[in-house]
Design a protein around this ligand. Structure first.
Ligand SMILES: *[C@@H]1O[C@H](CO)[C@@H](O)[C@H](O)[C@H]1NC(C)=O
Ligand SMILES: *[C@@H]1O[C@H](CO)[C@@H](O)[C@H](O)[C@H]1NC(C)=O
Ligand SMILES: *[C@@H]1O[C@H](CO)[C@@H](O)[C@H](O)[C@H]1NC(C)=O
Ligand SMILES: *[C@@H]1O[C@H](CO)[C@@H](O)[C@H](O)[C@H]1NC(C)=O
Ligand SMILES: *[C@@H]1O[C@H](CO)[C@@H](O)[C@H](O)[C@H]1NC(C)=O
Length: 178
């Protein structure tokens, strides 16, 4: 089981890496050495992640929407306490009323936190992973990844479409009806 979760974690990191490699604006100078606060994100978007870690912007989202109506537009609150100098701290997200501990991901230029497992309630809903990520300008996003009933893909409910690899997602949204 642990191995199963780990493989999803790796897959998700692949997806994240794809997103992170998109062109971004110059990184503003780091601000507060301590991030200590509560942040909320609305999971307003849904993206599909392939088994090999690619984002699938043109994939059919119907089954994900049907399986997780309670995730779309859900609000996730995350409490972060992190010393950026030490690169040490933790975060705790509240997803559908359940607490999930998040650990620092150790990715350069962003403060990312990832779950290493979820509790029984979220597990029973086939929710696999939570990510909270903050930039040095304190903009942030949350991703909640769940398994897709249709096969090996994953349903990723996210609060942002920014930085997706190689695609203009606002254009994609116009071309592909939800
Ligand atoms: C975050 O919210 C929790 C629960 O309401 C509260 O105990 C805590 O003091 C808050 N932390 C900050 C930094 O505002
Ligand atoms: C998406 O999948 C659903 C359910 O399988 C199907 O009914 C629908 O026609 C598909 N939509 C497109 C655009 O292929
Ligand atoms: C954060 O880490 C730095 C470097 O070790 C340390 O000097 C500072 O006191 C720490 N801040 C807090 C609030 O723990
Ligand atoms: C899922 O992946 C396995 C192993 O790669 C493959 O055998 C299977 O056909 C895939 N299932 C679907 C529905 O794509
Ligand atoms: C994406 O597409 C929208 C709508 O066509 C356009 O306004 C925007 O400039 C594009 N953004 C990028 C980064 O290409």
């Amino acid at each position: 089981m642990a191995k199963h979760i780990l493989s999803f974690a790796l897959l998700f990191l692949l997806c994240q890496t794809g997103r992170a490699s998109a062109p971004v604006a110059p990184t503003p100078a780091p601000v507060a050495p301590i991030i200590d606060g509560n942040y909320t994100d609305k999971l307003a978007y849904l993206e599909i992640c392939a088994p090999n870690g690619d984002w699938l912007p043109f994939a059919n989202k119907t089954v994900c929407k049907a399986a997780y109506p309670f995730l779309l537009d859900a609000i996730v609150a995350t409490e972060v306490n992190y010393n950026t100098t030490l690169a040490w701290g933790h975060a705790e997200a509240v997803v559908l009323g359940s607490d999930v501990v998040l650990h620092p991901m150790g990715i350069a230029n962003t403060y990312g936190f990832i779950s290493s497992g979820v509790g029984e309630h979220l597990k029973s809903l086939n929710i696999l992973l939570i990510i909270f990520s903050m930039n040095s300008d304190k903009s942030h996003y949350t991703d909640v990844m769940a398994s897709s009933p249709s096969g090996n893909e994953s349903c990723v409910f996210t609060s942002t479409l920014e930085g997706f690899n190689g695609f203009n997602f606002s254009l994609t949204k116009l071309l592909v009806p939800p």
